[in-house]
Design a binder for this molecule. Structure first.
Ligand code: AHM
Ligand code: MG
Length: 330
């Protein structure tokens, strides 16, 4: 019988040197949140939880009931543990402090509780994305400065994909590892150890409907991807970042959500989406860029800052940067 490795065992055996229980247990807490959200997501059609919750989030988008539920689960499972000093969620306007009387820890959690929410009502894969930082100054921990750190300072990042099966994929800076939820056992089991981006790549992923709104370098890049000079690839786009990212991680490729002429900042959020995925792709041998510089090094000035986003095989993302360079100054 092959060795069965639960996520608990894997995290314990591979914890970084600096992890003293607090960090390891934080990863367990996130895995537990994922199990609960997964269960609710799978039952969404049955429990009439589909549909909008009636509130509008900070991004001006209608919140779906599942978004609200997932946000609350992650918050509630992490507010009292003494491992975090502050959190930030894509669904909330401000930073989330640790409520009294709970103690503050030294880590910081940023998360997009349910990404790809336009896909909830149509039963298409959605996901959760998370990033973990350490507080900047222990004595002053819990401030917005702890949240506004470039992704290069992440000590952990990952996502949960609620697809045909539920998977949790994470890195703590020593490779990318994937776990599949066994629903009978209620356990995440190691299924993809040391994930590495395949080369040659198979897919490019973009919402082509915006072609006429893009700037010249993005149009030229898209033409190049479809032309004879690029590796031969197919096009795939789900519209759920986690699902598009996961497919490309397994098969190789590039995902991009560029800025538009009238919306140069694009749609993807730096803190909750681009940053954590940038660390994952870096650990899998790939690269993420905003078109000019690594996402990992982009300074973050506000909680809900957006960024143009190119992520995938290194050579494909470099090619995008080359088109930006080529057209700059023209
Ligand atoms: P969300 O956080 O509101 O769900 O939005 C982010 C999602 C990503 O998952 C996806 O890549 C993108 O929005 C799709 O946007 P579009 O429909 O414009 O292609
Ligand atoms: Mg999102």
């Amino acid at each position: 019988m092959s060795k069965i490795v639960t996520i608990e065992r894997f995290i314990f055996e591979h914890q970084p040197d600096y992890a003293r229980g607090e960090f390891t247990n934080l990863l367990y807490d996130i895995a537990l949140s994922a199990k609960i959200i997964s269960q609710k997501t799978n039952r969404a059609g049955l429990t009439e939880i589909l549909g909008q919750a009636g509130s509008v989030n900070i991004q001006g988008e209608d919140q779906q009931k599942l978004d609200v539920y997932a946000d609350e689960i992650i918050f509630k499972l992490n507010d009292h543990t003494g491992r975090l000093c502050v959190m930030a969620s894509e669904e909330r306007e401000d930073i989330i402090g640790i409520p009294e009387p709970y103690k503050k820890g030294s880590y910081v959690l940023v998360y997009d509780p349910l990404d790809g929410s336009s896909n909830i009502d149509v039963n298409v894969s959605i996901g959760t994305i998370f990033g973990i930082y350490r507080c900047r100054e222990y004595d002053k921990r819990g401030r917005i400065e702890d949240i506004l750190q470039p992704a290069r300072r992440l000590v952990g990042a990952g996502y949960v994909l609620y697809g045909s099966s539920t998977m949790l994929v994470y890195t703590t800076g020593t490779g990318v590892h994937g776990f599949t939820l066994n629903p009978e056992l209620g356990e995440f089991l190691l299924s993809h150890e040391n994930m590495v981006l395949p080369d040659p790549p198979s897919y490019f992923s973009v919402n082509h409907a915006y072609y006429s709104k893009w700037e010249k370098p993005v149009q030229a890049y898209t033409d190049w991807l479809q032309g004879p000079e690029s590796p031969k690839m197919s096009s795939r786009y789900i519209g759920s970042l986690v699902a598009d990212f996961h497919r490309n991680l397994l098969r190789g490729g590039v995902f991009y959500y560029p800025g538009e002429i009238n919306k140069p900042e694009g749609k993807i959020r730096l803190l909750y989406e681009a940053g954590p995925l940038a660390l994952l792709i870096d650990q899998a041998g790939g690269y993420a860029s905003n078109g000019c510089k690594p996402i990992l090094d982009v300074e973050i000035e506000s909680l809900h800052q957006r960024t143009p986003f190119f992520i995938g095989n290194r050579s494909l993302v470099h090619q995008a940067e080359m088109f930006f360079q080529q057209y700059s100054g023209k």
